[in-house]
Write a protein that binds this ligand. Structure first.
Ligand code: ADP
Length: 348
């Protein structure tokens, strides 16, 4: 069945749901904002209602439609989950976009799976961009497993000023993470809408000020945080980090597909832990050239290969990115080159 007729069929399933008071169905009433179906059978519907009965009915209707393995329902309206951090206001997505008005480019750093070094790349890239005299922020969007506090050695909770969260500043970069706002473990119980609410707050309620680039270190995979970001309509583009193995690349292709389907330009693919240099000889432990091929397949630029640098890991664990601690090291040089490519892709 063609993609078009599958989506028509999904719309028809949703048209069986009626508005609570009105006589119209939710399609006729214009409640459906967007619908998509991934090749893996994940149907995503965005609905302009906060009515839990309608949201639940939509999920059930989609999950019983042929070809749908799982349905993800996103509400554009306030549902009471918009303020998990308990601040005074409850910003909506539009408000998030407005607050980031002084941020020129919001760039997602994503990966298909965890452990490929995405957060390490995001943190060091941010420092390398700041060393080029750009005003840079990093938003750690991993609500369940924040790593920015460790990477940047941030131990103190963020403070509020005039109802806004004041971002931390380290190594010339503004930084914010759920780990600087709530106690470890608290956010673990949060599910979809709470996670999305927290993310909106990390964008809208943080006083980011004027920035050239806000890098968003997204959680591994493709989930609520990604949808939330895409919905904010503020992404200039995405950078995808991968390791060379075929296993990792399969996930990368899924990540690329999410950005493609949602119209977010791919700024490029970075291959991390590409090889180990021993005495000038490169050992390709996980295979060679895989990420470059994935980039070519996706029609996206290949932004370069970062070797395995034991110093990089050690610096991360010590809370001081190598790019800041030892800017002349080969690892820092590699990040400087990467920063150059990213900056020029953004027109700096
Ligand atoms: P992710 O964000 O993808 O889950 P992390 O950035 O947390 O991954 O990295 C996972 C581990 O790998 C960390 O211990 C990090 O220090 C280490 N690491 C990442 N990139 C490199 C690299 N190029 N060389 C050596 N260690 C690395």
């Amino acid at each position: 069945m063609s993609a078009e007729s599958t989506l028509t069929q999904l719309r028809r399933s949703l048209a069986t749901i009626r508005e609570p008071k009105g006589s119209r169905d939710i399609i006729a009433a214009g409640v459906l904002v967007d619908i998509s179906l991934s090749p893996q059978g994940v149907a995503k519907a965005t609905l302009a209602t906060a009515d839990p009965a309608i949201l639940e009915a939509a999920r059930r209707a989609l999950e019983s439609a042929p070809g749908v393995a799982r349905a993800v329902i996103v509400s554009t309206k306030s549902s009471g989950h918009d303020n998990p951090l308990g601040l005074a206001k409850t910003p909506q997505i539009a408000a998030a976009a407005a607050t980031l008005k002084a941020v020129r480019h919001v760039v997602a750093v994503a990966s298909g799976k965890g452990g490929v070094g995405k957060s390490t790349v995001a943190a060091n890239l941010a420092v390398a961009l700041a060393r080029r005299d750009l005003a840079v922020g990093v938003l750690d969007a991993d609500i369940y497993g924040p790593s920015l506090p460790t990477l940047f050695g941030l131990n103190e909770k963020a403070r509020l000023s005039d109802g806004k969260i004041v971002p931390a500043e380290a190594f010339g970069v503004k930084a914010m993470s759920i780990g600087l706002l709530v106690d470890e473990g608290k956010a673990l119980a949060w599910r979809g809408p709470m996670v999305m609410g927290a993310l909106r707050q990390l964008m809208a309620d943080v006083d980011w000020g004027a920035l050239d680039i806000l890098l968003v270190d997204t959680p591994p995979g493709t989930g609520d945080a990604h949808l939330s970001l895409v919905q904010s309509k503020r992404l200039t583009g995405a950078i995808v980090v991968s390791t060379p193995q075929e296993m990792a690349l399969a996930d990368v292709r899924r990540g690329i597909e999410l950005f493609r389907q949602t119209g977010v330009p791919l700024l490029g693919i970075v291959e991390n832990m590409a090889f180990l240099d021993i005495g000038g000889t490169r050992h390709y432990l996980f295979g060679q050239g895989g990420a470059e091929r994935a980039a070519a397949d996706a029609g996206a630029p290949f932004l370069g290969a970062l070797p395995i640098y034991p110093d990089l890991r050690e610096a991360c664990d010590a809370g001081k990115p190598l790019t800041a601690r030892d800017p002349r090291s080969p690892a820092a040089q590699a990040f400087s080159e990467l920063a150059g490519k990213v900056a020029s892709a953004l027109g700096f």
